[in-house]
Design a protein around this ligand. Structure first.
Ligand SMILES: Nc1ncnc2c1ncn2[C@@H]1O[C@H](COP(=O)(O)OP(=O)(O)OP(=O)(O)O)[C@@H](O)[C@H]1O
Ligand SMILES: [Mg+2]
Length: 112
């Protein structure tokens, strides 16, 4: 299993979630986060003073999937989230050690 972690524009959550659903993926976690990338946020002028606003609102989603569909899911998320403008986000993947459905005690691939 692999954990896919994607940082998205907040207004892209719905389209990404529905694309995942159509692909048959229903388990996911979404978090409201703040973050910055290459541009290090932006500078805003308020009452004549410049403020560096380094951390912008993003949505982070976490999806654990079987290893054989990781590439497809990453592409699906990227294609759904892309606007071709800076700040479109990033996707990271991590190996998952184990998984358990608490209700039944099932483990491994059956859990996702
Ligand atoms: N190296 C990183 N580690 C952790 N989170 C990151 C990292 N880079 C980006 N993020 C997260 O992804 C969000 C979106 O990043 P962003 O799309 O602006 O990346 P970028 O590298 O600046 O690319 P772009 O030039 O397309 O904007 C950030 O706000 C942050 O939450
Ligand atoms: Mg950026």
């Amino acid at each position: 299993m692999t954990k896919i972690e994607a940082y998205l524009r907040p207004n892209k959550l719905d389209v990404v979630k529905s694309a995942l659903g159509k692909f048959g993926i229903h388990g996911m976690t979404a978090l409201e986060v703040i973050g910055c990338g290459l541009q290090n946020g932006y500078t805003e002028v308020i009452d004549g003073y410049e403020y560096d606003i380094n951390l912008l609102p993003k949505i982070k989603i976490e999806v654990i999937v079987a290893d054989n569909i990781v590439d497809d899911v990453v592409k699906l998320i990227a294609d759904s989230a892309r606007t071709n403008k800076i700040g479109d986000g990033k996707i990271f993947t991590y190996p998952v050690g184990s998984a358990m459905r608490i209700r039944t005690g099932e483990t491994g691939d059956d859990v996702i």
